[in-house]
Design a protein around this ligand. Structure first.
Ligand SMILES: Cc1cc2nc3c(=O)[nH]c(=O)nc-3n(C[C@H](O)[C@H](O)[C@H](O)COP(=O)(O)O)c2cc1C
Length: 200
């Protein structure tokens, strides 16, 4: 069976200067060696209206509309794998990734409390395998309170998805990575990317 993969990007960097885009491209290159016929669907959140809309008191009633929420939930139900990339922006995922998640995390659509026994939610996206690819300016451990990688992992586990080992490319703002262009920088972890792509 050929997989359908939704590739979600939430960086605010120019495409040729983005470490998360370089990481995603390298991951896909490795993945496609094993799965040449899989279908890739690209969702750059910069190109969407939805990812620019923040939930507020004023728009709460219209927020989960067909175009901005239900169509994106349908898209998640029509694929079987997701690759999601996000930089760290102020200790968290980018605002576009947060807005995307705010639209698709909808009770009875992507999770349900109805059938749960322990008071925990039941994830309704349990057909999905998810690869998380993150970047951050600081090396791992500088800001333990801001773990966007763990946040994405926990969120997709909440909706029932199976998570492949996440890749966090850290330290892009410090030497030696900061003096390399994104492609050179990502090449320094090529072996790890290939190893993890082989398991996805
Ligand atoms: C608005 C903004 C906020 C940022 N906040 C943080 C941060 O809190 N911690 C951090 O380590 N890096 C932070 N960075 C640096 C980015 O995480 C880093 O440049 C990363 O490589 C960006 O990924 P990208 O190249 O794919 O855009 C921030 C960058 C921007 C533009």
């Amino acid at each position: 069976m050929n997989n359908k993969i939704l590739v979600i990007s939430g960086t605010v960097s120019p495409k040729d200067k983005s470490y998360s885009i370089a990481l995603t491209n390298k991951f896909i290159e490795a993945y496609q060696k094993n799965n040449p016929n899989d279908e890739l669907i690209y969702l750059d959140l910069n190109d969407t209206k939805m990812a620019k809309i923040t939930l507020t008191r004023e728009n709460m009633q219209q927020y989960f509309n067909q175009e901005d929420a239900l169509d994106y939930i349908k898209q998640l139900k029509e694929v079987n794998k997701v690759i999601i990339s996000s930089p760290m922006n102020n200790f968290a995922v980018s605002a576009m990734i947060k807005n995307y998640l705010d639209h698709i995390l909808l009770a009875n659509e992507t999770f349900s409390y109805k059938y749960s026994k322990k008071g925990d939610a039941k994830g309704l996206l349990d057909h999905l395998s998810v690869q998380i690819l993150t970047t951050q300016g600081a090396p791992i451990g500088w800001y333990p309170f801001g773990d966007h990688t763990a946040y994405l992992k926990g969120t997709f586990e909440f909706v029932g998805a199976k998570i492949n080992e996440p890749i966090c490319f850290a330290g892009t703002k410090v030497d030696p990575i900061s003096s390399m262009n994104p492609i050179e920088a990502i090449n320094t972890i090529e072996a790890k990317i290939v190893e993890i792509a082989n398991k996805f």
